[in-house]
Design a protein around this ligand. Sequence first.
Ligand SMILES: [Ca+2]
Length: 247
Amino acid sequence: MTAPLHSIMKTPALFALSTLLATAVVAQLPAPDPVVTEIYGPFTPGAAITDNDAVLTSFLLSISSSAIQSLTQVTISFELTGTPAEAGFAGDLFASLLKTPVGGPVSVGDPSAILLNGVGITGANPVGFGYDGWNITLSDLAGTDIHTHSLVSGVLTGTFQPDGRLAPGDAARPSLLDVFNGGTGNGDWRLNLGDLAAGGTMQLVSWSLTLTGADSVSPVPESGTWAAGLGLAALSGALAWRRPRRN
Ligand SMILES: [Ca+2]
């Protein structure tokens, strides 16, 4: 049976309609979010860290105007060296980066990355490395774990992975810098430092924080928009398929 002329003419028209509808739906997809990088610092406190004191010293950076809505990478740089020079003992130091709401209280669930935790300390080495400190950047994307990278003396330089260990001898590293990913750039960021063993004294010369992330959160298309668009496209496709069979 040959389809009537009007049916043949309508079929491509309906396919064209479904294509148009599908194009309209695709056009509503949000564009990829721009990635921005914000650098804070360097700050130069020049602050001595009390020797053999479990009470951490906090250096506060309060950020309230960040454009970043969803962090994808956090890195931190610092110069933390012996005072006087050559008097430092790297394995004594604990360092963490904590983020809390601006002006808000510290809560158990606030993200915290452990930057240094007794570098060099293992079951076989209870005191850790004795070098003079660091002038480094810590990044999860670096190739070397700061905890295991030894240096005979002097100040370690370069880019390393943060320690990430809850205890110096741990194998697991749950507290890397990715604990901040997905959050906003705004917050009270604190670099917390402690010298946890007697002998060897250090000072925080400078530090800076670099935040990278998307500057807006992708709007999720409304389900009604998708349903209506896909439904109309499917309906028009079905009509286009059914027409010839009725003739
Ligand atoms: Ca010490």
